[in-house]
Design a protein around this ligand. Structure first.
Ligand code: SF4
Ligand code: SF4
Ligand code: SF4
Length: 236
């Protein structure tokens, strides 16, 4: 039986509310590593796809056999083996950065779904081991291959609820930053539309070009200025 063949549990509420409620319950059973091995952009999108009957229950390697069994029970269907096209079940691993090799490009930070990497442009980066889900999404973007996966220490356990919260917090942060960027661009556009703004912008551009030229030549910009006194001296 596949989810595409079988209808999901239904209720009398509206179809979208039913699917949303079911997606929430499915999501609660998923490991929350946000690794994308299921073929979706994270655990919640995979949960929604299962709820809609678009995805099967055996596409999540981190959840493995136990995860599939839990989904089968929830959905009232038969469990099935993990689909090997999506990977294999493995114990928790953590990312480690070979810090002396890191060139500080920040690409791993941008890829990490739970903000488990800290660093700044052109500075060494490091993984906060306690926050790493082992998703491996930071590895492909690294241009110098300085990130490796190592087995997590036995005392470090999966923490799905915590990882879900961190993933949601990251989404909120990215949305906030995007919103601030849009507002900044709108303010700049509005400023350019004010009367006289174009002339001010041209003046600023001229000043900037002059400053750049002076920096290039090393000139202070005052050597050619003549004073009445200097003219008198040259006439003498
Ligand atoms: S843990 Fe990975 S494979 Fe499993 S549902 Fe979440 S994103 Fe998909
Ligand atoms: S540090 Fe790497 S492996 Fe760990 S959560 Fe972030 S992207 Fe995933
Ligand atoms: S992607 Fe690699 S090189 Fe770039 S900041 Fe991360 S660890 Fe350093």
């Amino acid at each position: 039986m596949t989810l595409s063949d079988e209808p999901h549990p239904v209720s009398n509420s509206s179809p979208s509310a039913t699917v949303d409620g079911l997606a929430k319950r499915i999501d609660a059973l998923l490991p929350q590593t946000q690794c994308r091995q299921c073929g979706y952009a994270g655990c919640r999108p995979y949960a929604e796809a299962i709820a809609c009957g678009e995805a099967d229950i055996n596409q999540c390697p981190p959840g493995g056999t136990a995860g599939i069994a839990a989904l089968a029970t929830l959905l009232g269907c038969e469990p099935k083996p993990l689909n090997p096209q999506h990977g294999v079940e493995q114990p928790l691993h953590l990312a480690v950065i070979d810090e002396p090799k890191c060139i500080g490009c920040t690409l791993c930070i941008q890829a990490c779904p739970v903000d488990a990497i800290i660093g700044a442009a052109k500075l060494m980066h490091t993984v906060i081991a306690a926050e790493c889900t082992g998703c491996r999404l930071c590895i492909p973007p690294c241009p110098v291959d300085c990130i490796v996966m190592v087995p997590a220490p036995p005392e470090q356990l999966a923490q799905p609820d915590h990882w879900r919260r961190r993933h949601e917090a990251r989404h909120l942060r990215l949305n906030r930053e995007q919103q601030q960027k849009t507002e900044r661009a709108e303010r700049q556009k509005a400023a350019l539309q004010r009367p006289g703004a174009e002339e001010i912008a041209r003046a600023i551009e001229r000043a900037r070009a002059r400053k750049q030229a002076m920096a290039t030549t090393g000139s202070s910009g005052t050597s050619s200025i003549k004073t009445p006194h200097s003219e008198d001296s040259s006439d003498a």
